[in-house]
Design a protein around this ligand. Structure first.
Ligand SMILES: Cc1cc2nc3c(=O)[nH]c(=O)nc-3n(C[C@H](O)[C@H](O)[C@H](O)COP(=O)(O)O)c2cc1C
Length: 139
């Protein structure tokens, strides 16, 4: 059984007025389904986009990404990595979450994600470093 780490970025289709409610809904579903499938990871959100790291057994990741791909709440998905890895980076999280807001905008800014540069345009190495930094800040 191989452990896979998948990373993608996408453009958000959430409408500003409903964004908070929709984000909470996405997380609730993600955490429930991921817990059942032993999928872990990190979801990063900005007003314009998403970047997500998914970790788990190969079949569970393929199935989960298949559902995420066709979700109309985002589009223009870019699959950035799908690799066999030795261990999980976010083992404790059915889906950790960080949004660019007042408390995190400094960290996002350090990795080039500003109101002018979107998260879905960032390369893989930047997204992985940003996720690590945000996870550290969460403690
Ligand atoms: C940005 C984003 C991230 C998501 N992350 C996950 C996830 O980690 N796990 C998951 O099961 N569903 C996730 N979803 C929700 C799925 O797209 C889908 O709605 C959910 O799995 C239920 O699938 P179903 O409607 O086919 O039953 C995410 C959706 C979006 C827009």
């Amino acid at each position: 059984m191989s452990l896979v780490r998948l990373v993608y970025a996408s453009r958000s289709r959430l409408v500003e007025v409903d964004r908070r409610v929709e984000l909470a809904r996405i997380l609730e579903t993600a955490r429930r389904l991921n817990a059942e499938r032993h999928v872990t990871g990190f979801l990063m959100a900005t007003p314009g986009g998403f970047a997500q790291i998914l970790e788990g057994e190969a079949g569970a990741i393929a199935e989960t990404y298949g559902r995420i791909m066709v979700d109309p709440r985002h589009d223009e998905l870019r699959l950035l990595a799908q690799d066999v890895v030795e261990q999980r980076q976010f083992a404790g999280w059915a889906m950790a979450f960080a949004e660019r807001d007042e408390t995190t905008e400094f960290i996002f800014g350090l990795y080039g994600v500003s109101p002018d540069t979107e998260i879905f345009e960032q390369p893989l190495d930047v997204l992985l470093d940003l996720a690590g930094e945000l996870a550290n800040a969460k403690g």
